[in-house]
Design a protein around this ligand. Structure first.
Ligand code: NI
Length: 200
């Protein structure tokens, strides 16, 4: 038996596996949101929230009224996905130029024990200023995670340390705060900026 073809098969299996997970996530997110589903579709993902921003002030969904915005969940100790996402969103904001004021992005911590407003502020200073951060009490984060159907879980690492498993989707919300679709940031920032403009 030739080893290289086994490797190819394994890679193919891994690729198909991750594709299935990604598709499953999107189907799961949108299963209650079929067109023509009537009023029941509204609010299936997302909803009102009250959190604390990186300046220690209350931030609610009302702060985003009138603007399409992106919301996603993560934590400042995240080694890869979160900083990459924040970077991609910063690039989109840069492409929007002055129009970036017509949109917004909110990074919600799923690690409220470590992510204080100060910590978020310091972390976000590395990214575009249109990105805001939010944290809360563990109960407050559990509530918003539930309304956005976000999965997150503490995973112990070495010693007393831990990391967080979490849903890495970016959610596009419209001007009225309604969920539109998962937002694809894995494309040229110009294309993402163009899509956002359509919801202005
Ligand atoms: Ni992350």
């Amino acid at each position: 038996m030739a080893a290289p073809s086994n490797r190819v098969l394994l890679m193919l299996a891994a690729f198909l596996g991750s594709l299935a997970i990604a598709l499953g996530g999107i189907l799961w997110l949108t299963k209650d949101i079929r067109p023509g589903d009537g009023v029941a579709q509204q609010g299936a993902v997302g909803g009102p929230f009250t959190l604390t921003d990186q300046d220690g002030k209350a931030i609610t969904n009302e702060a985003f009224r009138g603007k399409p915005f992106l919301i996603f969940f993560g934590f400042t100790h995240c080694p890869d996905v979160c900083p990459t996402t924040l970077f991609e969103i910063s690039e989109i904001m840069r492409k929007l130029g002055k129009d970036a004021d017509h949109t917004a992005a909110l990074f919600v911590s799923v690690d409220p024990e470590r992510d204080t407003p100060e910590k978020l502020k310091d972390y976000l200073s590395n990214f575009d200023p249109h990105l805001r951060g939010a944290t809360s009490t563990p109960d407050g984060i559990a509530a918003i995670a539930k309304s956005f159907r976000v999965y997150y879980k503490k995973v112990p690492t070495s010693g007393d340390d831990y990391t967080m498993d979490h849903t890495a989707l970016v959610y596009l919300m419209d001007k009225d705060g309604r969920f539109v679709a998962p937002f694809n940031i894995k494309r040229a920032p110009e294309a993402s900026a163009e899509e956002l403009r359509r919801y202005f």
